[in-house]
Design a protein around this ligand. Sequence first.
Ligand code: HEC
Ligand code: HEC
Length: 295
Amino acid sequence: MLNSFWNWFVIIISVGSILACWWLLHWTKGVSDRSDDDDGSTGHVWDEDLRELNTPLPRWWLHLFNITIVFALVYLALFPGLGNFAGIKSWTQVDQYNAEVAAAEQVQEQIFARFADMDGNALMADAEAMETAGRLFGNNCAMCHGSDGRGAKGFPNLADNDWQWGGSHEDILTTLNAGRMAVMPPHDAILGEDGIREMVAYVQQLSGQKADAELAAAGKSRFMVCAACHGAEGKGNQLLGAPNLTDDIWLYGGNPGDIEYTLLNGRNGVMPAFNQLSEMHRKLLAAYVKSLSGS
Ligand code: HEC
Ligand code: HEC
């Protein structure tokens, strides 16, 4: 609501400018009567023989202006525009928005009603469900995981069958419901410079890369520092989100520089919770993510 000053400010300017237009039209219509010369010109002459005729505006042209004035008045009567006057139709943007949202939700409900009783496997097998879920993925997940779900550095590939936090329908739902926060602590203090170099070699060796055997052996002897999270054999632990280090699949990169950075600085990947999405949406998304990995 506008206070009474602004209320009248808006009304006076709106009505005043319409009246001004109307007056201007009438005033210019009269110009033709005010000829200074008998020959119907305004009396202005250029280049000795170029005279400005004083011809009235064509009627149809004038009427176009009159129509816009009528339109403005009708509009201001029906719709809000004059200060606090709500208009005869009492239309508001908020009402229109709410009505459109309600209509869209009704359509959605009809679509989703069919999915409500399906489990993850049934959803995966349903082309329409996967198409809907694909759009949800595009809107909510693609900016981090890529439109094909293949991820990028720091954002896991969801289309392989390698899971940091677990790849069952329930695990993926848990990921979506609560989000995930990975804690890989920095190890610079514990390992020291030599220790880091040795450990980089061992992690390379674990993943099947070529590495200095002597350094790797020394790294292996220190691996108990890591085993609490990554497991004694480095195969990872999905309860902690600690990745399997024995495959050649990397979240942050597997060349020695990347591994060294991980060990020196730690890594704290965050997957946001998506509980602002409805349960149905999350169920569809979990099925979609699972379908991406082809399992
Ligand atoms: C802001 C970026 C971001 C968005 C948006 C996002 N994610 Fe993630 N997601 C991540 C990151 C980062 C991780 C890895 C967390 C970690 O380091 O453990 C992750 C992990 C996951 C995992 C676990 C993968 C595994 O190997 O266990 C799944 C499943 C997942 N996301 C699905 C989704 C889905 C589905 C959506 C859309 C609803 C989504 N994500 C949206 C950033 C995002
Ligand atoms: C407290 C548990 C914990 C300990 C201890 C730990 N890690 Fe990790 N590590 C993790 C987690 C969790 C991640 C995933 C980080 C992320 O997703 O952001 C990770 C990630 C990594 C990565 C990155 C993998 C990739 O795909 O890019 C490497 C390499 C790694 N750890 C090696 C080690 C080594 C070597 C040690 C021992 C010196 C170690 N970690 C100790 C929990 C741990």
